[in-house]
Ligand binder design. Structure first.
Ligand code: F6P
Length: 545
């Protein structure tokens, strides 16, 4: 079964949302709080150890009612069933989208082409567990009989960003193995990593769903050559593992069959960290923690599948984001985690969100006449407060932001954590409240500023406020809570793709880049340059000279 095909703008609800937007767009959020004492509680979702307060948004009961109606109009419930049920919802590639099966319970049954895929998933999980235990315990050894000390993940896009983000996020739970990530085809990147490594004690994990990606194959080949300056061809079996759907290419590369982990075409690269693509995560934090990450994601899956839409975290956050994207014309969304551990989180979500919903064709093959994917960016607080927050507070653009924070720190430094969280709460409050001219005047008068100076300065110190934020407050950063948080955003992507009537699970734009780079490489390496525009031709000639 394929997804429904509804242009959201043709629904009655969309038209009502447009009128509602015109009538309420400037209403100050802080006034809503004054009128409704129950607003904070009403617009807060509590699930597991997550508290999601979305009350500091430019929404009313009516906005929410209409957005939820829109979800009904585009048949979201049916779409969710298709998603989890393994229907071919990635229609342009003829595939199911079943990364959720990677974190299913062992007792679950998920049928694809008449076969339950859960036993296969668990067989690979068992392999990951055996492999990682042997490496971590030192039972697996390198070619000179020494235990491994370093692991290098060689991959790009979904074969790099997820593992790299999670390994950084769960650093607190790490064992002795030192993790490295080589992704860019930039030879200086691989060289910088290699210079830190001892070939006798390093394990290389080549991760490529297709095993044809130029960047990954170039890096893997360079690393193999470097390794062969020390070890022999036979030693490769001890030092290289691979994760891929392409067993033929892996065999050509020389990786031993017992070190090969399969992938499936029903797992998109950007949603693959739950599969053996997460091998470097399991190596870094141990299998038990890796499994807890999967459990957290599975719990969020259950919540998303079963909660009523008005109580459903991914659904509500997705709809609020549609509200800003399509009615307010907000182009970007910021993700601001108040923990340094999540420093790679927005980079990771950039791929997930922008590769999925950066589409302009609807499911009829027509160009959409409305906005789709949002631009995602962000950095951890408090650093970001000292970088780009000025623009969020006083710039001309509306930038809805998700603030993600944790009640407890990991090392228990209360003094620092209280300061960190004071910033976390103060920022969302200030973004909403702003500062009026009267408040600025009072402040400056209290400092005895002369009236002429005060008048000059006053406009610059006024904050309009009314800047929307969501606050996601979680008990503590753990493998389980991180798993749930990532799954939350995965499902938000899905809901938005359904509303926008686009195909979220292909990435033809990226594929085009891959093809073009191949052709241009020929121009660089051969004496003849093929046909190009005058600018590109000039630049290629300059480069070659
Ligand atoms: O970035 C585009 C993409 O196709 C992603 O979807 C994927 O994660 C990445 O390239 C890497 O592809 P592969 O795992 O096949 O090397």
């Amino acid at each position: 079964m394929s997804l429904e095909n509804t242009d959201p703008t043709t629904t009655e609800t969309w038209k009502k949302l447009e009128q509602h937007y015109k009538a309420t767009k400037e209403d100050p959020i802080k006034e809503h709080f004054k009128k409704d004492a129950s607003r904070a509680e009403k617009f807060t979702l509590r699930w597991s150890d997550f508290v999601v307060d979305y009350s500091k948004n430019r929404i009313t009961d009516e906005t929410l009612r209409l957005l939820l109606q829109l979800a009904e109009d585009v048949k979201l419930k049916k779409a969710i069933d298709s998603y989890f049920g393994g229907d071919t919802i990635n229609q342009t590639e003829g595939r199911a989208v079943l990364h959720t099966a990677l974190r299913a319970k062992e007792s679950d049954s998920i049928m694809l082409d008449g076969q339950n895929i859960v036993p296969e998933v668990y067989a690979v999980k068992e392999h990951i567990e055996r492999f990682t235990n042997a490496v971590i315990s030192g039972e697996s050894k390198g070619y000179t009989g020494k235990a491994f000390t370093d692991v290098v993940n060689i991959g790009i896009g979904g074969s790099d960003l997820g593992p790299a983000m999670v390994v950084e996020a769960l650093k607190f739970y790490k064992n002795h193995l030192k993790l490295h990530f080589v992704s860019n085809v930039d030879g200086d990147h691989v060289q910088e990593v290699l210079k830190e490594l001892n070939p006798e004690t390093t394990l290389f994990v080549v991760v490529s769903k297709t095993f044809t990606t130029q960047e990954t194959l170039s890096n893997a080949t360079t690393i193999k050559k470097w390794f062969l300056q020390h070890g022999t061809q036979e030693d490769i079996a001890k030092h290289f593992a691979a994760v891929s759907t392409n067993s033929e290419k892996i065999a050509e590369f020389g990786i031993a069959a017992e070190n090969v982990f399969p992938m499936w075409d029903w797992v998109g690269g950007r949603f693959s960290l739950w599969s053996a693509v997460g091998l470097s995560i399991a190596l870094a934090i141990g299998y038990e923690h890796f499994d807890a990450l999967l459990k957290g994601a599975n719990e969020m899956d259950e919540h998303f599948k079963s909660a009523e839409f008005d109580q459903n975290i991914p659904v509500v956050l997705a709809l609020i984001s549609v509200w800003y994207n399509n009615f307010y014309g907000a182009e970007t969304e910021a993700i601001i985690p108040y923990t340094q551990y999540l420093s790679r989180f927005s980079a990771y979500l950039q791929q997930g969100i922008m590769e999925s919903n950066g589409k302009s064709m609807d499911r009829n093959g027509n160009r959409v006449i409305y906005e789709t994917g949002t631009i995602i960016w962000g950095e951890p607080g408090t650093n970001s407060q000292h970088a780009f927050f000025q623009l969020i507070h006083q710039g001309t653009k509306m930038i809805p932001a998700d603030f993600i924070g944790f009640k407890k720190s990991l090392y228990g430094n209360t003094d620092h954590h209280n300061k960190l969280m004071a910033n976390f709460f103060a920022q969302t409050e200030a973004l909403m409240n702003g500062k009026t001219a009267d408040e600025v005047r009072n402040e400056l008068e209290a400092k005895d500023m002369p009236e002429n100076e005060l008048r000059k300065l006053l406009p610059y110190k006024v904050f309009e406020g009314n800047k929307p934020t969501n606050t996601i407050l979680i008990d503590q950063l753990s493998p389980k809570s991180l798993g749930a948080l990532i799954a939350l955003y995965e499902h938000k992507i899905f809901v938005q793709g359904v509303v926008w009537n686009i195909f979220s699970y292909d990435q033809w734009g990226v594929e085009l880049g891959k093809q073009l780079a191949g052709a241009t490489l020929n121009d660089i390496e051969n004496s003849e340059i093929s046909d190009h525009d005058a600018s590109t031709l000039q630049l290629l000639q300059e480069f070659k000279s």
